[in-house]
Structures are given as structure tokens and as C-alpha cells.
Design a binder for this molecule. Sequence first.
Ligand SMILES: [Zn+2]
Length: 122
Amino acid sequence: MSTGSAPHPKRWIPTYIVLLASLLILAAALALQYLRTGSDSYLVSAAFVAVIAVYTAWSFARLITLKVTPRSLMTLLKCPSCGHEVVRRYREGDMLFSELDACPKCGSKMVAEGIFLKEEKH
Ligand SMILES: [Zn+2]
């Protein structure tokens, strides 16, 4: 049973690599034009593109180090006899209002009162 449905940021990696490569090629081409023509406008453009490339690389580095908060599906069980409550990890087949585990206090069947996502703490 997988948990959470947030899109994984790592699928943007190819997009970033292509974008970064294009920016670097553009900056190199502009720098080459500056060397050939000596025109300051090429130098300014090359510097501008280089800044964008650095910014892209920075956000890319941030993206790949980004931690996705792990979440677990939990089941809340309540004993109808003594009222004892237990929260444990969801198991395949858990259904709301179905009788599941035995109560650790009185031995009666506990009923699933809730199924929810919980963020895992580190
Ligand atoms: Zn009980």
C-alpha cells in the first residue's frame, strides 16, 4: 500500500537539465560573439544569461535536495466494550466500521473508527 499522492519533484530533473544546458550554450555563444565583435551589448547579454543559468542551477540543486514529507495511512481502532483506542498502521483490507484486531485490554473485537493520513515525524 503506497502512501501519499504528491507528485515527485524528481520528474522535473530532465526539464532542468535541458534548460540549464540551453542557457549555458546561449551564454557561451554570446561570449563568443563578444570576443569576435568586441561589442559590449554581447557581454551584457552573456552576463545576463549566465545569471539566469546560475539561478536555474541553484533552484535545481534545491529541488533535488528537497525532502518529501513521508505520510502513512493509519487506522484508528476503538473497542466497543471498554472504549480502549489504538492507532496503528493501515493494513490491506482495513475497512471503516469493520471488526479487526482483538482489544489488548478486554479481548473484544475492536472496530475501525477512522482511516487517515498522518505525517511521519523525524
Ligand atoms: Zn476492550
